[in-house]
Design a protein around this ligand. Sequence first.
Ligand code: 3PG
Length: 247
Amino acid sequence: MHKLVLIRHGESTWNLENRFTGWTDVDLTPTGVEQAKQAGRLLKAEGYDFDVAYTSVLKRATRTLWHTLDELDRTWLPVVHSWRLNERHYGGLQGLNKAETAKKYGDEQVLVWRRSYDTPPPPLEANDPRSERGDVRYAKLAAEQVPLTECLKDTVARVLPFWNESMAPAIRSGRRLVVAAHGNSIRALIKYLDGISDSDIVGLNIPNGIPLVYELDDDLKPLRHYYLGDAEAAAKAAAAVATQGKA
Ligand code: 3PG
């Protein structure tokens, strides 16, 4: 049996301000830092240890990983960064307030933009100052690989090659992985692992900074999964994420 630990980054400044973030590279709030440390303390108390860590190229996930590893006294672990674990790109919504957007377009429309499997938010213009296409960290990618918007289906399509080529082989070879990523890149991975339908995935929300453990069999099929710590608190935090997009 293999254990895979997934952690959504701690609260970011734009989580606090309730703004669509996507690939915008905002940092953690003091609460987010504390959540990341708490995740590390929880993992340590439960006897978890790791051989390799994975994260995105965005600082809210990277710093979450650092604080978690620091609490585990594992700052020396190899860390693999990939843009493929970045948050789902939020297109033209990046920077807008979620509740104000719901006031303007309606809760239903915002739910479609946030959670539908295959309807992306309106795209950014390629020359929009918010576009990441000129960002040096993506310089080696083809322009089309740097999205102007994404639905979850698009995110699944870019996360999966990384899962198949890097993460899954590492797990199969017996390495214990901790992954600090984002609400929707984690949803993309879980959709694939658990075989969740396009309609059921709408109801899945991931809370900030709580380790989510997946127990996998030798074929990497999930046997069970659970949040570490207070299960009720995790469920409440996930439900709160769902309401962020309401007017
Ligand atoms: C964002 O990109 O705004 C958040 O990190 C995830 O947002 P969501 O829960 O609205 O999809």
